[in-house]
Design a protein around this ligand. Sequence first.
Ligand code: ACM
Length: 483
Amino acid sequence: MRHLGDVIPLPVSVRPDPAADFPLPADVSVSAAPAATAIAGELAELLRQATGFPVPIVAGLGTVRLLLDDDEAKSPESYRLDIAADGVTLRAPTDQGLFAGLQTIRQLLPGAGAVVLPGGRVEDEPRFPYRGTMLDLARHFYQPADIRSFIDTIAQFKINHLHLHLTDDQGWRLEIEGWPRLTEVSGGEGTGIDGAGPGFLTAQQYAELVAYAATRFVTIVPEIDLPGHVNAAQVAYPELTCDGEPVQPRTDPEVGYSSLCAGKDETYAFVEDVIRVVAALTPGPYLHIGGDEALSTTAEDYRAFMTRVLPLPGKYGKRAIGWHEMAAVDLPATAIPQYWRIEPVDDGVARAAAAGHQVIMSPADRSYLDMKYDESTPLGLDWAGLVGVERSYDWDPADRLPGVGEESLLGVEAPLWSETLRSLADVEFMVFPRLLAIAEIGWTPQAARDWTSFRDRLAAFGPRLEAQGVNFHRSTEIDWTAG
Ligand code: ACM
């Protein structure tokens, strides 16, 4: 039997009651509020898989009950789970909270053997509303089925945002109505790092992916990287350069050499069209406009470009997210800088926080999942250092940058850049188990987090990830035999 606290991320409050341990009976059933039937169906299926029992969904009171409380004072992701000798009650203010509670129940089910749920009460809510990770489809494209599988895995750890880096120098991965060459030329064969990552999402595939993610309560955050990282766009449309000359495709990992032309009207017609189309395809509240490493854009041009472009997501109903470089300009009120620096240097992010902007923390030396675990890691890069599991766990996003404390944070994100990652198996190897550390940082109160507790809980997830066919790094920091 699992212990009530054997959960990642660790819940806010866990009160075990061993007298209330609940062996699931052969007639176990599920009941749910009408608005929660989809989640009830999922829970029943999990219980069927664990027990082999039929687990019907019943109209009256089931053995396992899902209740909606409608308490607007609470985080929509909060939930309370009561496991008693006569049944299980999961209550939450929204179906999103029930989904979070369902992940906790899933983790409390044993991997094998008699199905007894540990008695007691769990009360839970997230530290931050934004807990994310990022896939870089530009350097290597991954098929929608792989992205869906990835979403399934991350959602189990209450990760609720998936940022898709859709465009970069080496490829353009989202069909944009009215600009067909972006994907015809820069999404096809020979694109990506070493030409080995071709492919793109049609508008319909993207919409389907966004809808699928929503069933896992994961919000897709699309990124169109501007004004640098645009070589692929300029190969497709040379008029997007200042001189209009043809541009050669690039498949090397260099950065900082391409820029849109800040002084040309065509630039802004293109950018507004793309932002309008992406916003229309994206129901979530955010649109990421990049803004990083525009090393061949002058400071004056960067400022002029960003000042014109930053209001555009708002014009089409979205909040702009941008890498922290964008905080060098005056931001629209709802814009969100994403801080990726290693050193606590303020490039305007603290000033933005003081003015009321929310910030996403993604310091490269802790949260970049493409950094090698150690010298022997066959994949990944090391420019931000080696990032073992403890290093990815043992930091606090609220003390990374003076002036950007707990109240200024929208949340935390662990980006994965894909220069060296050609397959879903490669992606999973770099992401797991470190994303579980980031998930706990984003969910669990800082004061309740502890590396040895996390390390010991993590051991039990080895066999679980294995059973799900998820490739993960068997870090020697973890005693996997203890799971
Ligand atoms: C970044 O790592 N260029 C955001």
